[in-house]
Design a protein around this ligand. Structure first.
Ligand code: ATP
Length: 774
């Protein structure tokens, strides 16, 4: 856990001091970063200081720079905005302001700064670091400090975290706050959606983003909007006709509503501003639609952070402290980023320079470059959006011999995003000339259908029907846990009868098992010698071949909502411990990541099990926590227990044991959120990833078009699972994943990438670190 070499403290006999500040516009999740930084610093035997009101606090010094104790950041994770304040500070833009800031830092003994802010704040930090030696010389020359005073502070360590709702920093897939902002926007669009449908209206919704279209693009993808405007890829001068053309086509195909998303920095290719009112005029007069404009404004700044932002800010905060301790004077200042599922460090100034280049490229009308400078994911989402909303372009259609009938089936329990994936797959199929075919109610559905009900269970999906599924929870085509092995022969017969030439399977571990059975069934039934892809969709996130299943983010958000409510309910009584049971089957992923997002006191997983010593130690830990409590514990403590962590210790038993040991000093309650964890409306992250992976999956199936059955059978990638692995999105051949990566009895991957997160949950809750088997 400890960084390789913790450098010596600048002041002999004193602990190393690390300062944290939040700067620029506030973003949900900033508090989670501050909490993680403070606690991680203390964990590594450093002292943590909060610098209040951003650089303003650094320039003013004194009481604006305060030491932070472990308890001072209690409850921070679930709070929106920034509790240590932020400001835009003019003085820091000038050298005299930074000179004063340097003096204040030395006065407090701080030689490392972690800045959570946007590109402006990070630029300021890097300038400060570059100037640092000169600032010290000046302080000595002007006799404000002596050579002896500055001697221990020769190097300033700077680490950046990006807090920004726009997701406008290059080199990272996500900035702290962007998914919460997207959540608020999607909630608003979903609400507008219903009224738009009722009245057959058009709505134009303006979202934030001056030089960055991430929020607009992702909203378009998540909500299935009809048209979007983003600054990086502006439409040509003919945009009015083009937009009307697309929207009229959608209406002609039966759509009752029209949603247009426009980024506040929207332009045309001549750099003329496109305003929501201009779009409204076009839709009213030229498309004849009853059109309204909704500007969302500051609600987009977020409020309560979503699960992803709590997790991201926590993991980045942890890495920021490690980076401070590992960086040498020669290391360029890093910014902590995330690529797909991996926390990575990037040179701060390169990331800032690349970000600034986007604005320059837009100004120079080099839009291809502007798109290139965004991460690869952005470009993929743009393509996925366009192809799934503009399905009538002849140029996109494949030649007739390459078009396929693609079966779509859901397997296992419903998970948020299943419908979004299906909608995207249907739209993509139609755009390319394939025929999407719904196989209703999983494998038992098609088996039963064949035996007694002749119609309904296998049918072509019309575009307009799937169009309404973008934001829907559950499974519109029906899902079932049953496996094809129930009656492989009938399944083969149905595939043959309906000429299924490729299969897109959406679901969890059962879906994985089903594709495995079909793959093995190829030996007996040639109907299975077709390409098949599984898109993992399960709240348990236990499908081998991926680190992320759609639906798991929706589940985490439902769980943190439940836990936040429990916690708050204890604010009056205090000193209450909630023992909450999570789903997840035999995988502790959901419990662990929810634990990270809510700051659980402990997490019990099936991987570790529960034993009496563990409970005993945790009860001792609780006693200590409550003994130290000086009234800061305004909210309850949470212990998360996976449903299969133990056959003996149920949440009720654990809660009773805690209450008994509390002897009136603390009490406990248990809670079982059960199916609440499947969530209602799927989270935007599940929706956008469902679209991206849905499109990618069908693209993968498409590569087999025109191949003979034997060729397909010989190709290992003809049965594949799509997934995130580290920093990449990959297809993996089923045969390999089944054999090498699957723990079949435990129904989970052999190696679970999130195991190390358990240590972080423990560290940040102050739980003594112990080997679970002892
Ligand atoms: P947002 O994305 O919300 O705009 P930001 O960090 O880019 O966040 P800015 O207003 O650009 O927001 O910067 C915040 C503060 O950072 C400024 O008020 C200033 O104190 C400091 N800062 C920004 N740019 C510089 C710079 N070039 N030199 C020194 N300090 C700077």
């Amino acid at each position: 856990m400890a960084p390789a070499d913790i450098p010596p403290t600048p002041l002999p006999g004193k602990k190393r001091r690390i300062g944290v500040l939040t700067s620029g516009g506030d973003a949900p999740g900033m508090n989670g970063a501050v909490r993680a930084i403070v606690r991680m610093a203390i964990h590594y035997e450093c002292e943590a200081f909060a610098i209040y009101e951003g650089y303003d606090g650094l320039v003013k010094g004194g009481d604006m720079i305060r030491p932070m104790a472990w308890e001072d950041v209690r409850g921070f994770l679930s709070e929106g905005g920034t509790l240590i304040g932020t400001a835009r500070c003019k003085e820091f833009m000038e050298r005299p302001g930074r000179l004063q800031a340097a003096k204040n830092m030395i006065a407090k003994g701080i030689d490392a700064l972690i800045i959570v802010g946007g590109d402006g704040s990070l630029t300021g930090a890097d300038i400060f670091r570059a100037e640092w030696p000169g600032l010290l010389e000046e302080l000595v020359a002007s006799n404000e400090l002596s050579e002896q005073d500055v001697q221990p502070f020769k190097h300033l360590n700077i680490v950046g975290l990006v807090g920004s709702i726009d997701n406008d920093l290059s080199m990272t897939d996500a900035t702290i706050g962007c998914y919460t902002s997207l959540t608020r926007i999607c909630e608003a669009v979903d609400s507008v959606d219903t009224t738009a449908t009722s009245h057959q209206r058009a709505f134009i919704i303006e979202v934030m983003g001056r030089h960055c279209g991430w929020l607009a693009l992702m909203t378009g993808v998540a909500t299935g909007a009809d048209f979007i405007f983003i600054p990086e890829n502006p439409p040509p001068a003919t945009w009015k006709e083009d937009m009307c053309d697309v929207i009229k086509k959608h209406r002609a195909m039966g759509k009752r509503k029209t949603i247009v998303i426009i980024a506040e920095g929207a332009l045309d290719q001549e750099l003329n501003k496109i305003s929501p009112n201009m779009v409204k005029d076009v839709l009213s007069t030229e498309a004849g639609l009853d059109t309204r404009v909704t500007t969302l404004g500051h609600v987009q700044r977020g409020g309560t952070p979503c699960s992803y932002d709590r997790m991201l800010s926590t993991l980045q905060g942890v890495d920021a402290v490690r980076a401070v301790l590992e960086c040498t004077p020669e290391t360029p200042s890093p910014v902590i980023c995330i690529v797909e599922n991996k926390i990575v460090r990037r040179p701060l100034m390169e990331a800032v320079a690349q970000t600034k280049e986007v604005a320059t490229a837009i100004k120079d009308r080099d839009f291809e470059k502007a798109m290139r400078l965004r991460d690869a994911e952005f470009g993929e989402y743009w393509k996925a959006y366009n192809i799934t909303t503009n399905i009538e372009q002849e140029a996109l259609k494949l030649p007739k011999e390459k078009r396929m009938r693609i079966g779509i089936i859901h397997v296992g329990a419903p998970a948020g995003g299943m419908n979004a994936a299906t909608r995207a797959a249907v739209a993509y199929c139609l755009a390319r000339g394939h025929q999407p075919v719904a196989l209703h109610n999983g494998f038992p559905g098609i088996i039963r259908h064949h035996s007694d009900k002749p119609v309904g269970a296998v049918r072509d999906i019309p575009w307009v029907e799937a169009e309404t599924w973008a934001s829907k929870g559950g499974s519109e085509i029906g899902t079932n846990r049953g496996l094809p092995s129930e009656d492989l022969e009938t399944v083969a017969h149905v595939f043959q009868k309906y000429e299924i030439q490729a299969l897109f399977v959406v679901g969890g571990f059962e879906a994985f098992t089903a594709v495995s059975e079909l793959r093995k069934g190829r030996e007996y039934y040639k109907a299975f010698k077709i390409p098949m892809v599984i898109l993992p969709a399960t709240i348990s996130n236990n499908v081998p071949g991926t680190e992320y299943s759609i639906g798991s983010d929706t589940c985490l958000n439902a769980l943190i909502q439940y836990c936040d409510a429990c916690r708050q309910s204890a604010s009056a009584s205090r000193r209450r411990v909630f023992v909450i049971e999570t789903q997840g089957g035999k995988s502790g992923y959901i419990a662990t990541v929810a634990g990270l997002s809510i700051g659980a006191l402990a997490v019990y997983t099936p991987e570790d099990g529960i034993n009496i010593k563990m409970l005993d130690r945790d009860i001792d830990h609780l006693r200590n926590v409550f003994r130290r409590d000086k009234g800061q514990n305004r909210a309850g403590k949470i212990i998360l227990v996976n449903e299969q962590a133990s056959k003996v210790y149920s949440v009720q038993i654990i809660a009773d044991m805690i209450a008994e040991a509390g002897k009136g000093k603390f009490e406990s309650r248990h809670g079982v959120p059960g199916h609440f964890q499947q969530g209602t409306t799927p989270s935007p992250m599940d929706r956008v990833r469902a679209v991206r992976f849905g499109v990618k999956s069908v693209q993968h199936l498409e590569t087999f078009a025109g191949m003979s059955m034997e060729e397909i059978d010989d190709e290992p990638m003809s049965t594949a699972v799509i997934g995130i692995q580290g920093a990449k999105v990959l297809f993996s051949p089923m045969e390999h994943v089944e054999r090498k990566k699957t723990d079949w009895p435990a129904r989970r991957p052999k190696e679970e990438f999130w195991m190390e997160l358990k240590d972080i949950v423990d560290t940040l809750s102050g739980r003594p670190h112990v080997n679970p088997s002892h």
